[in-house]
Design a protein around this ligand. Structure first.
Ligand code: M6R
Length: 610
């Protein structure tokens, strides 16, 4: 949520910053701005809309030309509508800041600053933070002390990059509960929300910790704690290449990322398989720990929560232990009942989602054993969970999550098999046979699912002109229906509902008419006949039906207007290719409707506010 980037070095600062902002645009894209030192002045350019708009303004004005130190921001509005005035940077002639997060106590701070003579031009909490730092600096005359004093005052979450007008060759940065890295190059340094923003210049970076302050010049980085004591940080090296973070000829990141699924699944599973059995010992999950688990709770948001629902189905089936799946924003305020034999799994692509992070902290407080399933290396959830399993999906830029979900569910299958083995619910032979099928077949089967793209695009043409539709399914198909529906809503703006097929007749079937098409998922053999009955019920009320089912499903072609058959695969794992097909369906519906697929309205990739 909001992207920050900053640069100090010999290059043209505005070019580096704009480049970084384009990469970070997935984090927010309703306005953008840059502040930099040019010709001895602290100059600011900002504009409502996408980064492109501010880029054009920077070029037209030329006021940032020749700057070698600056900060930039792409915004996802929280306080105040998107506008030129509300765009970051904020501040005055002495200080400019860019901010990601929410200053919860901005109202009393603003009142205090007003009493001390400050005036405000924007509706943002960020302007309050800028003037708060300025206020402290005016009192203590020490930049680090002023930033530390502001950190003590602010309640909320923030990553803030700061320029002081009287220190034109230094970037300052502070953070709490929002990601911020400091990139280290040869005679140049960077700050950014995400390493992807600076990958073309350096792969080496420090991850700033909570309540820490970075003082960054072109050839020196100092990281201090709240007592101004230097903090030792490991210099990390990104494993992602710049190509992985770029679109590389694809029309959208979303379709590129769907195409990366087979390889991502393989990369995620391979390091966790030994002797064709799942093995998570390197992640700290040995059998004695897994065998003692009495219950599992998945906590996550959005698509990651839907991955937890697949995990629930599989763990309950293979291990016979109870599994809950909780929406993180509910879990954190529901006073959950947990104890030390409970496993709480936080699933998060970004590892920075505010609600998921709060849920993790709460679960730890309650004494549960916590496990993060996270994609972004070194992210806060990854660092704070008792143990972490990384999903090696590579950077996911499209706001709609695709490959991250597919690898999350693949990993959950693998984890379930190991848990069942550790608990004595599966023999070694059975565990080995499941593992082999998952590892050896799934990348190929997902490739076959992707090869159905033209057929899926044809099906998309049937739905793209409707404004409402239903997804229905039973069992694991219902959980996939929820994900398919979320994906479609998110990027095509078609209103859709995901319903347990058997529940329709308890009220909602009243909505089914010839104007309400239904996408029916029926990949689970024991429930197939029941699904066919539900399909007949909706057809009898005039609905057009797209059926997605297994190859060879009985009389499928007679039951629906169009049928898509999954590639032939083991029934236990059919959720994986089904996910890919639903992602392709959402993509093609949105493409036919001319939507901005990678940057759907009102959204941002990484939701670091509550
Ligand atoms: O980074 P996280 O996995 O924690 O993000 C959770 C959700 O915000 C995310 O999955 C969201 O639902 C996706 N945009 C859906 O495509």
């Amino acid at each position: 949520m909001c992207g920050i980037t900053g640069y100090v070095g010999a290059r043209e600062a505005s070019e580096v910053i704009l480049q970084g902002l384009h990469t970070l645009e997935y984090r927010g894209y309703d306005s953008a701005g840059i502040a930099a030192f040019a010709n001895g002045n602290l100059a600011v350019v900002k504009a409502v809309g996408k980064v492109q708009n501010v880029e054009e303004k920077v070029k037209a004005l030329g006021t940032l030309n020749g700057a070698h130190c600056g900060i930039g921001h792409t915004r996802w509005a929280t306080h105040g509508a998107p506008s030129d005035i509300n765009s970051h940077p904020h501040g005055n002639e002495r200080i400019q800041i860019v901010h990601n997060g929410i200053i919860e106590n901005y109202a009393p701070l603003r009142a205090m600053l007003q009493k001390n003579g400050y005036t405000f031009v924007s509706e943002t909490d960020t302007e309050v933070a800028a003037k708060l730092i300025d206020y402290h600096y005016a009192n203590c005359h020490d930049r680090a002390d002023a930033l530390i004093a502001a950190m003590r005052d602010i309640v909320g979450s923030y990553a803030i990059a700061v320029l002081f007008a009287d220190c034109p060759d230094t970037l300052y940065a502070i953070r709490k509960d929002n990601p911020l890295i400091v990139g280290v190059g040869e005679g140049e340094s960077f700050v950014a929300s995400d390493i992807a923003a600076v990958l073309r210049y350096t792969k080496n970076y420090y991850q700033l910790g909570d309540h820490q302050l970075a003082v960054v010049t072109k050839d020196r980085v100092s990281i201090l704690d709240m007592e101004k004591t230097p903090v030792e940080h490991e210099l990390l090296t990104a494993t992602w290449s710049i190509e992985a973070a770029e679109r590389g000829g694809y029309a959208h990141f979303m379709i590129k990322e769907i195409g990366e699924e087979p390889e991502a699944i393989e990369k995620t599973l391979r390091p966790r398989i030994k002797d064709m059995l799942p093995c998570f010992e390197e992640e700290g999950l040995d059998d004695s720990r897994l065998a003692g688990i009495k219950s599992v709770t998945f906590v996550a948001c959005g698509t990651a929560m839907h991955a937890g629902l697949v995990g629930k189905t599989v763990i309950e089936k293979l291990c016979r232990v109870p599994v809950n799946v909780e929406i993180a924003s509910e879990f954190r305020y529901n006073d959950p009942i947990l104890n030390k034999d409970d496993l709480v799994v936080i699933i998060s692509q970004s590892g920075e989602t505010a609600d998921s992070l709060a849920a993790l902290r709460l679960a730890k407080e309650k004494g549960a054993y916590t496990l993060g399933i996270v994609n972004v290396i070194g992210s806060t959830i990854a660092r704070e969970a008792d143990d972490v399993i990384y999903t090696w999906a590579g950077p996911e830029i499209s706001v709609a999550s695709t490959k991250a979900y597919t690898v999350q569910i693949s990993l959950l299958y693998l984890l379930s098999i190991r848990m069942a083995l550790a608990m004595g619910k599966l023999t070694e032979d059975a565990a080995r046979s499941y593992t082999r099928t998952l590892y050896e077949d799934m990348p190929r089967i997902v490739r076959e699912a992707i090869a159905l793209e033209d057929e899926v695009a044809e099906a998309a043409a049937l739905f793209c002109d409707y404004e409402d539709l239903f997804f229905i399914g039973r069992g694991i198909d219902y959980h996939l229906a929820m994900e398919g529906s979320l994906k479609l809503k998110e990027i095509s703006y078609i209103h859709s509902e995901a319903y347990a097929a058997g529940e329709l007749k308890h009220g909602t079937i009243s909505l089914i008419t010839e104007d309400m098409p239904v996408i029916a998922l029926a990949t689970t053999s024991p429930l197939y006949e029941k699904m066919i009955s539900n399909i007949r019920e909706v057809k009898a009320r005039g609905a057009e039906v797209l059926l997605i089912t297994r190859e060879g499903a009985k009389d499928a072609a007679d039951e629906a207007k169009k049928v898509i058959y999954l590639p032939n695969c083991s029934e236990l794992f059919s959720a994986i290719p089904l996910a890919t097909i639903l992602q392709l369906l959402a993509y093609h519906v949105a493409a036919k409707r001319g939507c901005d697929i990678d940057k759907p309205r009102n959204l941002a990739k990484s939701v670091t506010v509550e």
